[in-house]
Design a protein around this ligand. Sequence first.
Ligand SMILES: [Zn+2]
Length: 366
Amino acid sequence: MNRNQYQFALNIGIVGDNLGKSRNAFQAIQAREDTAHHSFILGCLLDSVGQPPETFISDKDPAVAAAVAIVYPTTRHIICLHHMLGNIADHLRPAAQGQGGWDRFLQLFWAAYRAVSPNAFEELWGTLVTEFPGCRAYLDEELYPIRRQWAWAWVVREFTAGIRTNGRVEAENRVNKMIGGAKTSAFDLFLALNDRSREQCKNEMMLVRQTARHKHEADIEQIFPGPLAMLCAYCGPFAIQTCYREMQLSVYYLCEALQKPQGRETEPWWDAQGNDISNDHAYVALHYVLLEVQVRRLTIRAIFKIRHLSTGTIHYVIVLTDNRLICDCGKLMNLGVFCRHIACVFQDLRDLPFHISIIRPRWYMS
Ligand SMILES: [Zn+2]
């Protein structure tokens, strides 16, 4: 955190824009960093924008957490993974070294983080706290109660624009350090920060022009004529570029339809399908996805097994009766653009309509 000569902090808020780039949404010089001050700043942003953010990412600061809960009660608050790991190292490294070792601790922690369902998380968390009893108090009191705000099994279901950390804020803090030192006047700082925001805006326009000039490969245009035309008509560069890359990659996958047995939508048939991905590609358990589908009273039209032709990696795509799609890789939910597995289904299921609402409005052209 940058401070002036009176020890007032320069607080910055960053949004991911519809190009997937950082934009400074606000800067505030704060006398104190308590809930009242943070609430005032977040309230100013709400007044200015007219609606609360869908997702808010911060470090595990209790004053910020309280302010978010007060001012943005409907906003999903995610904890920055980078900060959390820093805190874990500070608090637990010595204790972990005295037990199974720091590497083993991290191995178990990451396994719990990547758990493919809430049930799997509970099991893996149990292993972690059992193997490291000296770390148990911190883990169970500080991290477990807020697991829904950082562990993959929950975060995957939320739209975070793919962001896991507030590293963008750290990067901007470094820029601000160069812009203003302890002796910079508030007026000079104000001018310099505005220049910085204008520079971000200029970069955005350059990216939009570059994407508009980009020529797509003929074979991808032939395979996905409808989706590609619609993406170019409605979406900004981030969605176009990301989806185009996923469409290119989708040709290396094979799509196989699985039959849905009548009346046996949840178990044990689905569990027996397993989810035998052994690489580090993120996914959630199929039975967990199916449970969510059932809880929401949605009906499944078909399930596809998507297999990579050389690595054999397997993912599952669910097509609902209203033609909405769910993939177990979580990209559609978490990043708001479709993945290569869904693109593979579009190749295979020719009567599946492509609607632009599959892309989050966040990525539409402004
Ligand atoms: Zn996928």
